[in-house]
Write a protein that binds this ligand. Structure first.
Ligand code: UTP
Length: 297
């Protein structure tokens, strides 16, 4: 069995839910407190034992490449000013083995992953989406790798979502369960219309895929939203080589849409030693102000 050591992070989407912020800045560079979302994903990859990372980029995504490059003038300035803590933060992102490849047009997540075919070769690999940050005792991607090592199957990370949210995700139609948190799957459905979802098990941005997926991606026709969907290709792969859905452990933060992004920012800030108390006080004051404004209307 191959060891899983490569990760693909697609970041070539248009980020329309965050316009106008994403007109000139990649969505993946939006910070949660002071760290770009994509850096949380890369930290999870490294903590999971991933050695090679490829980021799929597109137009207007130069800032991602720059973020993981060295910045000699900034480093020299921080050394001169003896700011070793900040120097450490800046250097942290330059010592990682990251490769970049471009998706020429944002034709969908499936098409983005297909661009990594030559880089992946004949090995299993993980796909990690920046829309989902997962905080877990065992990193989410590590959990998927462990399930793969036990079963030798492609593994899709899922969690239960609310009924009204199923239309936003790829949803699993489960068949038999192998254990409480590991399920065989009849099919995978991308963004089912409200009320038609076969379950509440949603694909949440973490996949471990065997390289056979590329055979299906190469012939995948456009699906939901006029895009080439990874979910559709996974559903076809599952007909020939079993794909399992694994309910990973951990708290998952949806940073791909505004409310989730705000919630994540507040939660992460509240947990910080240097900011938590001040943010809590500030939130109390803001809420009190809001309450007095609404009661006086
Ligand atoms: P999303 O649909 O969440 O991202 O795609 P988006 O298109 O950037 O954002 P919105 O919906 O317009 O606000 C899921 C992931 O797939 C990548 C995105 O960058 C994101 O990480 N993606 C999507 C690509 O790399 N290429 C595509 O053609 C589409």
């Amino acid at each position: 069995m191959y060891r899983v050591k490569k990760a693909v992070i697609p970041a070539a989407g248009l980020g329309t839910r965050f316009l106008p912020a994403t007109k000139a800045m990649p969505k993946e560079m939006l910070p949660i407190v002071d760290k770009p979302t994509i850096q949380y994903i890369i930290e999870e990859a490294i903590e999971s034992g991933i050695e090679d990372i490829i980021i799929i980029t597109g137009k207007g995504k130069r800032a991602i490449e720059d973020h993981f490059d060295s910045v000699p003038e900034l480093e020299a300035n921080l050394i001169a000013k003896n700011k070793s803590d900040l120097l450490h933060l800046v250097e942290e992102t330059t010592n990682i083995n990251i490769h970049f490849i471009r998706q020429s047009k944002p034709k969908g997540l499936g098409d983005a992953i297909l661009q990594a075919k030559a880089f992946i070769g004949n090995e299993p690999f993980v796909v990690m989406l920046g829309d989902d940050i997962v905080q877990a005792e065992i990193p989410c991607t590590r959990q998927l790798i462990e399930q793969y090592e036990r079963t030798n199957c492609s593994i899709i990370g899922v969690q239960q979502v609310r009924n009204q949210d199923t239309q936003r995700y790829g949803i699993v139609d489960p068949s038999n369960s192998i254990s409480e948190d590991l399920h065989k799957v009849k099919s995978f459905v991308e963004k089912p219309a409200l009320g038609t979802a076969p379950s509440n098990l949603a694909i949440l941005g973490r996949y471990l895929l065997k390289p056979d997926i590329f055979t299906y991606l190469e012939t995948q026709i456009v699906g939901s939203g006029g895009e080439v969907q990874l979910t559709d290709a996974i559903s076809r792969l599952n007909e020939f080589d079993e794909v399992l859905a694994y309910e990973f452990r951990g708290r998952r933060y949806d940073v791909g849409e505004k409310l989730g992004f705000i919630q994540t920012t507040l939660e992460f800030a509240l947990k910080r030693d240097d900011l938590g108390d001040d943010v809590a006080r500030m939130m109390k004051e803001l809420l009190a102000e809001r309450a007095s404004r609404t009661s006086s209307v």
